[in-house]
Design a protein around this ligand. Structure first.
Ligand code: NAD
Length: 486
């Protein structure tokens, strides 16, 4: 299988300095598909030194034309390797072919031309005119500059999407980056190093990609004074550690964290088919391992049984299966410990008095792989563990409500605020509820908010900052004001 297992440091593809490697496991077969370089602390240090030098010494931060040329070359290389990227994404993430043709591989590539256009058209300098200030006449203006060296730390669930959403706006803005993908999905990250090395004019050190077996090896980046900004996507628990480490050098943090989003179906929906399809197919796309998925399904008490039946029927239509089969709609969980975690949550729901409507077990027909049946849990109270905590597996919880205000109140009763959805026969009524939810994105009656131009991020403990869109570009800029006497 086409892949890269070497680190990409200072423009070179190379082994870890101590020669160490770690295994890459296919979650659908439990087989070892190969290895990746296991970077040492010294390798992290070299990657940071290279990024620092590239930012401080090369023309990358000031030469927009060079940046656009290199990003265009990377985009072309990625477009030419969609099949190879799909193959490694299926193998190391357990992603389905369908997911690869959308959110896992194909859609994220659009991030590159989007940010090339943004950088090209951006107002890098803004004139504030001449004014009388503190007794003198001065001409004032401000300029935007890249933040500097970016440490990008990413999770395993949609790795190409997150890797590109992290590094592309930063590179377009003029930053230099060290990307550390998650240990479960190193190849999708290291492939970027390979494609850059073999197809582009990126100056050495502008992009570095570094894999390591120890998940916490990312801390070599978060507490280093050479880093100007940490861009982290992962769990809220790790986000807290990242923020704590960043405090040592007051390093800027940009955090995309967990979610426990609510889909609200109001009592005037025609039927629950659309609601059920949105809930079940969304969950299936990444086997429930999506930060922005609606995993709490809030249903009107007056039609609760009808809605639960519709959702259960739709979930039965997405059984887990072999992700190499193009008809499969849901693959496995990423690893055994993630499956154990899901099982613990399902047991906690049973212990707290909730009812398993469907699923709740591993599939009988799949001997290998970290598969789990799509699971719907009913009679859930929002205060239960499964109502409050991110499960990150194919598990939806159905919570009843009595009126629109109570639905909004339940949706907001969460430490998270990443996404959500509202369905109603009356669009205005749906919008009224959507506006009450403290969350970064909302879908109204099935609207799809995902896209390179749409700012994405969280309220509350779902994060700090916005990825994608113009906002995602400006996260990587500093503002410097100037004045001169006239
Ligand atoms: P995680 O927090 O365990 O790990 C994320 C990354 O951080 C990995 O690369 C890991 O190696 C690294 N890491 C772990 N400990 C670290 C430390 N002490 N210092 C620095 N880096 C460290 O998350 P995960 O299990 O890989 O991914 C699942 C989580 O990611 C879920 O909570 C999900 O909601 C979240 N997520 C959020 C978004 C978003 O955009 N908001 C997108 C995808 C995933």
């Amino acid at each position: 299988m086409w892949h890269e297992e070497r680190l990409f440091i200072n423009g070179e593809l190379r082994e870890a300095s101590n020669g160490a490697t770690f295994e890459n496991i296919n979650p659908a077969t439990e087989e070892v598909i190969g290895v990746s370089a296991d970077a040492s602390e010294a390798d992290f240090g070299e990657a940071l030194a290279a990024a620092r030098d590239a930012f401080d010494e090369s023309e990358w931060s000031t030469n927009l034309e060079l940046r656009l040329r290199c990003l265009g070359q990377l985009h072309e290389a990625l477009e030419n390797h969609v099949d190879e990227l799909t193959a490694i994404t299926v193998a190391e993430v357990g992603a389905t072919q369908m997911a690869c043709s959308s959110i896992q591989v194909v859609e994220p590539l659009k991030i590159i031309p989007f940010y090339m256009d943004v950088a090209k058209g951006y107002e890098w300098s803004t004139d504030l005119g001449v004014t009388e200030t503190l007794g003198g006449q001065c001409q004032r203006w401000f300029e935007k500059e890249p933040v500097g060296v970016l440490a990008a730390i990413t999770p395993w669930n949609v790795p190409t999407q997150v890797n590109l959403a992290k590094i592309i706006p930063a590179l377009a803005a003029g930053c230099c980056v060290v990307l550390k993908p998650a240990p479960d999905t190193p190849w999708t990250g290291l492939a970027l190093g390979k494609l850059i090395a073999e197809n582009t004019d990126f100056p050495p050190g502008v992009v570095n990609v570094i894999s390591a077996a120890d998940p916490a090896a990312g801390s070599y980046l978060t507490n280093d004074h050479r880093v100007d900004m940490i861009s982290f996507t992962g769990s809220t628990a790790t986000g807290r550690k990242v923020m704590e480490a960043a405090s040592a050098n007051i390093t800027k943090v940009f955090l995309e964290l967990g979610g426990k989003s609510a889909l609200i179906a109001l009592d005037d929906v025609d039927d629950f088919a659309m609601v059920a399809a949105t809930a079940a197919f969304g969950m299936a796309t990444v086997c429930g391992q999506g930060c922005a998925l609606s995993t709490r399904i809030l249903l009107p008490r007056s039609r609760y049984d009808e809605a639960v039946d519709a959702i259960a029927a739709m979930m039965a239509a997405v059984p887990p299966g072999d992700p190499t089969d193009s008809a499969t709609m849901m693959g496995p969980l990423i690893n055994a410990s993630q499956r154990d975690r899901v099982e613990r949550y399902v047991q906690s729901a049973i212990d707290e008095g909730a009812r398993i409507v469907c699923g709740g077990t591993r599939p009988d027909d799949l001997e290998h792989g970290f598969f789990y049946e799509p699971t719907l849990i009913a009679d859930v109270e929002n205060s239960m563990k499964v109502g409050q905590e991110e499960i990150f597996g194919p598990v939806l919880v159905a919570i009843p409500f009595d009126d629109d205000d109570e639905a909004a109140m339940i949706a907001n009763d969460s430490i998270y605020g990443l996404s959500g959805a509202v369905f109603s026969g009356d669009e205005q009524r749906a919008l009224k509820v959507a506006k009450q939810i403290r969350t970064g994105t909302m879908s109204v009656n099935g609207g799809v908010w995902y896209g390179a131009d749409v700012p994405f991020g969280g309220f509350k403990q779902s994060g700090i900052g916005r990825e994608m869109g113009i906002a995602g570009f400006e996260e990587h800029l500093e503002t410097k004001a100037y004045s001169k006497p006239v």
